[in-house]
Design a protein around this ligand. Structure first.
Ligand SMILES: [Zn+2]
Length: 261
């Protein structure tokens, strides 16, 4: 079945490459959210997929690194918020790949329930002009979409073993932002794809640098902070967050900085 993807936009996008021993990690950063491509032997793992309105931009990022969407062997999800899930819903429908995640997140990704900020959660921020700028930018991208995946698969969570996907990502359970949030160690442990558990900026945040995402977006903030505390035990050098730029200088230090704010 043919499916039309939204027209291409001139939305800014930067792709940063992190080399591992046997795979290459491509960090794709846009002005609203980020995603990651793991490349190994001509095959790809896509981690997160942007807003519904960014599906075509995900394809563009794949083409920019010299591959095609059919090269995606499987996708991973950090968590099932619309800005990470939406593009995957469209791309899975078109290309048929499986999407894996922490087993706890599966029902969320299928939209059997929703752990996402609603209008009441946003209310305390009405005086923040950044909130309105963010809503103006993300509404056309589908921030209000309630669409879930047609199929979602939980990966095995026993041990910290690499998954059988290109780039051999290793899940790092990091609940709190959502109940089944997972980060992923990539590039042979050199980098952490942290999703929204630990970010380096956010469109509605006035601070830059490593930080926990604004409270209104956290499903369970105390649990989320405990997950960031566990990141202080990681050896990875590079943070590849769900929002904000790539951050060098150690994930453990970034986690400590975020907790001290
Ligand atoms: Zn989120």
């Amino acid at each position: 079945m043919m499916m039309r993807l939204p027209f291409r936009t001139a939305r800014p996008m930067t792709i940063t490459r992190v080399d591992g021993d046997s795979s290459t990690t491509h960090f794709v950063s846009t002005d609203v959210v980020n995603w990651v491509l793991l490349e190994q032997d001509g095959e790809l793992t896509l981690i997160d997929g942007g807003y519904p309105g960014q599906a075509a931009q995900v394809v563009e990022s794949i083409e920019r690194i010299g591959r095609k969407p059919e090269d995606v062997r499987g996708a991973l999800l950090t968590h099932a918020h619309v800005d990470h899930l939406g593009g995957l819903v469209k791309l899975q429908a078109k290309y048929g790949f499986d999407v894996y995640m922490d087993p706890v997140e599966v029902d969320h990704a299928l939209r059997h329930h929703l752990q996402q900020a609603n209008a009441l959660d946003l209310a305390p921020q009405v005086a923040n002009p950044r909130l309105w700028a963010w809503l103006a930018k993300t509404t056309p991208l589908g921030v209000l979409s309630r669409a879930g995946l047609a199929r979602a698969s939980g990966f095995s969570t026993d041990g910290h073993r690499p998954l059988d996907l290109p780039g051999a990502p290793v899940p790092v359970a990091s609940p709190g932002h959502t109940d089944g949030h997972s980060a992923y160690l990539v590039a042979d442990g050199r980098a952490l794809v942290s999703g929204d558990a630990l970010v380096s900026g956010h469109e509605i945040s006035s601070i830059t640098g490593p930080q926990c995402i604004p409270s209104l977006f956290q499903h369970d903030e105390p649990t989320a902070r405990r997950s960031v505390q566990r990141f202080t035990e990681l050896d990875a050098d590079i943070l590849l967050p769900g929002h904000g730029p790539i951050h060098h200088g150690g994930v453990a230090a970034a986690a400590r900085a975020a907790l001290s704010r």
